[in-house]
Design a protein. Structure first.
Length: 298
């Protein structure tokens, strides 16, 4: 299937939505683990309602159900490590780590689909990491936060590659429902361990404010139900690497939105704009460089 201009517009719109989660996550008062639990719960409920409205299907084969459920576990790890990284360090550190997702995708996708690893994709993945390093230069004094951010990037690439193979035979909405539901269940089962190890004061904070419910609902239904399903469908036309590469604009959107919401304290220096140019250049140039490379080797 050939990608169209509409597909690229959809991709950048969902990247914008995911960039918005950084702002929403900062506005939510409850800890990240509890927040991710409610986000996945509302996402699963919202997707189930959507499937019923459009008369979709919940039916999948036993083998696909197992694969989707295990992928939901990976999704849970991704969100827990991403938001956890931001909480124990800062959003900048978590985004630097997450930026490795395109690099991981360049390695994982060819192996999963039995294709040759492309040096172009490896190179551009590294260029994006350089761009984000320039943006967030000086924020690397949080080794654990950076490690969690890298894990979030690895898991994002991993579940994206798995979903790109599943969507060939399973509807994207069905995949999203089961992955959100299984991610929610995994976090629920993780609560006892979390409570007696990392939870503030050894207590779970499961009573969000009314404003928290609004922010979490937006993250669940707009940034998860809609955006996640669209992203899975886009893997039919776009490579996982290119989608992950475009996702590296997410911190650019996120910081721009933070500037609007939080004001002058979010103003960036020259390094932000230099890094932004590098990231956008890598994303824009990729289709042209790939086409030129394919033409040369025909």
């Amino acid at each position: 299937m050939i990608a169209t201009t509409k597909d690229f517009i959809k991709l950048h719109f969902i990247v914008f939505l995911w960039g918005f989660t950084a702002v929403l996550g900062k506005l939510v008062s409850i800890p990240s683990v509890e927040m991710v639990f409610y986000r996945t719960l509302l996402a699963a409920v919202g997707m189930a309602a959507l499937i019923l409205m459009v008369r979709g299907t919940f039916v999948v084969s036993k083998s696909d159900f197992i694969k989707i459920t295990l992928t939901g576990f990976i999704v849970a790890i991704h969100w827990l490590t991403f938001f956890g990284s931001g909480r124990i360090s800062n959003p900048s550190t978590s985004l630097v780590g997450f930026a490795t997702c395109s690099f991981w995708a360049a390695l994982i996708e060819p192996m999963a689909k039995r294709k040759k690893i492309q040096l172009l994709e490896i190179g551009l993945g590294l260029v994006v990491i350089i761009g984000l390093y320039i943006i967030f230069a000086g924020d690397f004094q949080y080794p654990l936060g950076l490690l969690l951010g890298i894990v979030s990037g690895l898991t994002a690439a991993l579940f994206s590659v798995i979903n790109s193979k599943l969507v060939v035979r399973v509807n994207a909405d069905t995949i999203t429902f089961y992955e959100m539901a299984s991610a929610c269940l995994i976090i629920f089962l993780f609560f006892p361990v979390y409570q007696y190890t990392w939870a503030d004061g050894g207590q779970l904070n499961l009573v969000p404010r009314w404003s928290d419910w609004i922010y979490i609902a937006i993250m669940a239904w707009a940034c998860s139900v809609y955006a996640y399903s669209v992203a899975i469908n886009l893997t039919k036309k776009l490579s996982v690497f290119f989608i992950q590469l475009a996702l590296n604009i997410e911190p650019v959107y996120g910081i721009a939105l933070a500037l609007i919401v939080f004001g002058d304290k979010e103003v960036m220096g020259w390094n932000f704009y230099a890094g932004t140019i590098i990231i956008i250049s890598a994303v824009v140039l990729y289709p042209f460089l790939k086409k030129r490379t394919e033409t040369q080797f025909k």
